[in-house]
Write a protein that binds this ligand. Structure first.
Ligand SMILES: [Fe+2]
Length: 413
């Protein structure tokens, strides 16, 4: 970066909020990335998040699906089988524009697999295949997206785009990021979406007992009056190492239609939280926010700090990876705590996983972290915004929330 250039904050997609700024390096390259994205047509080619993919250990897929369906308002759509995976697709039946959730298990666990390898470098994930894989972005023209990204030096898991127009879809997936260890997949559909998907993978028939269990989980939610309160994915929160904060954000902006919405410094937890939102200003339920959390100082300096550094410890012990998925809870404008009803229900089903609620109507937002799932390896957040509040947290909330998981984030072995 030429040192005579003093970067200003480029707000072409929206204002920058919060209490933590970035280096000149960040602001300089942010503008360059925006220009590059627009010049090469990426902004108009990218649409929204189509689905997210989560991997669990072999033999754990159904248990994972039961847990997810119990805790969320999604429903079973279908299961598919490819050469290497069995995948269960969950959709938000009340609004099918909401990104789907794919839970996959490797058919034969391979130990030369890149995702396995990444877990081995994280002490608390050793010997597991379970991890968040990444988002899939719906695009208008995948050949063009691929050419632009390839020319920009991006690496992909395959030599070329997979699928074909006849098969109903074409897709390609990036190599995992060295900052987040997640991939980004791009997909273009031809014709009707779900039906066409079947021509690439075989349908995996679930047995009667499984289908009945899926049904029963939904019926229980309806009987408890909780089903209607359970809403779609709101944000995807990734923890990165302290030294990677700016590059992790800049990198995702080269891969997805997002802009940095702001950054909040949380000194009492030695961290900052950095939400990025979609550039199209569509509601989060259709293209969830991407939130990056990073420590302010490195974990090896902990002995010099008074504050327990939960963020960098997490990124070190669990690896750079997804920290939580957050789901919205409805607000009726009268201050009714819909989030409390959901949490009460989860507490009946799985008392071990429940945490503490923070925030209230006056704060604009009320939130909770449900303890990290042993099957998925990440936590769940519920968030209720009151009276049209737009943020992701209050400063006090995020400090308490970050602290709420501190004990579960220490090194296991
Ligand atoms: Fe969150």
């Amino acid at each position: 970066m030429p040192s005579f250039l003093i970067p200003s904050i480029d707000t072409r997609y929206g204002d920058y909020n919060g209490t933590k700024t970035n280096s000149d390096y960040f602001w300089f390259y942010l503008k360059q990335i925006y220009d590059w994205r627009q010049k090469n047509g990426l902004d108009s080619n990218f649409k929204k998040i189509d689905h997210i993919t989560i991997q669990v250990d072999t033999g754990k897929r159904l248990e994972a699906a039961y847990e997810f369906l119990t805790m969320q308002g999604y429903e079973f759509l279908m299961s598919l089988e490819s050469e290497n995976y069995i995948k269960t697709i969950l959709h938000f039946k009340r609004d099918t524009q909401v990104p789907e959730i794919i839970i996959r298990e490797p058919k034969k666990p391979k130990q030369n697999d890149i995702f396995w390898f990444m877990n081995q470098t994280a002490p608390n994930r050793k010997n597991s295949h379970a991890r968040y894989i990444g988002e899939t972005i719906l695009v208008e023209n995948i050949e063009e997206v691929y050419q632009v990204l390839k020319s920009a030096g991006k690496h992909f898991l395959t030599e070329q785009i997979l699928g074909s127009e006849q098969e109903g879809q074409k897709y390609i997936e990036t190599h995992p990021s060295s900052y987040t260890q997640n991939t980004v997949k791009y997909i273009q559909y031809f014709g009707k979406r779900n039906l066409k998907r079947q021509s690439l993978d075989k349908i995996f028939e679930e047995n009667k007992e499984t289908l009945e269990k899926f049904e029963k989980i939904k019926q229980d939610q309806k009987d408890a009056g909780i089903y209607e309160l359970m809403r779609p994915l709101d944000h995807i929160a990734t923890r990165v190492m302290q030294q990677d904060r700016e590059n992790a954000i800049l990198e995702i902006l080269t891969l997805e239609p997002y802009y940095p919405w702001g950054a909040y410094n949380i000194e009492e937890q030695n961290s900052s939280t950095n939400p990025c939102r979609n550039i199209f200003k569509i509601p989060e339920r259709y293209s969830p926010a991407k939130v990056f959390t990073a420590a302010n100082s490195a974990h090896f300096l902990n002995f010099l700090e008074d504050i327990y550094n939960t963020t960098d410890n997490y990124a070190y012990n669990f690896g750079r990876s997804l920290h939580h998925l957050a789901f919205e809870c409805p607000d009726d404008g009268k201050g009714t705590l819909s989030i409390d009803k959901i949490v009460e229900y989860i507490a009946q089903k799985n008392p071990k996983m429940v945490g503490k609620l923070f925030g209230n109507r006056e704060d604009g937002i009320r939130q909770i972290f449900i303890q990290r799932s042993e099957i998925f390896g990440f936590a769940t957040e519920y968030v209720q915004r009151f009276d049209g509040y737009h943020g992701f947290f209050t400063r006090e909330n995020v400090a308490s929330l970050t602290g709420a998981l501190a004990d579960s984030e220490k090194r296991i072995s």
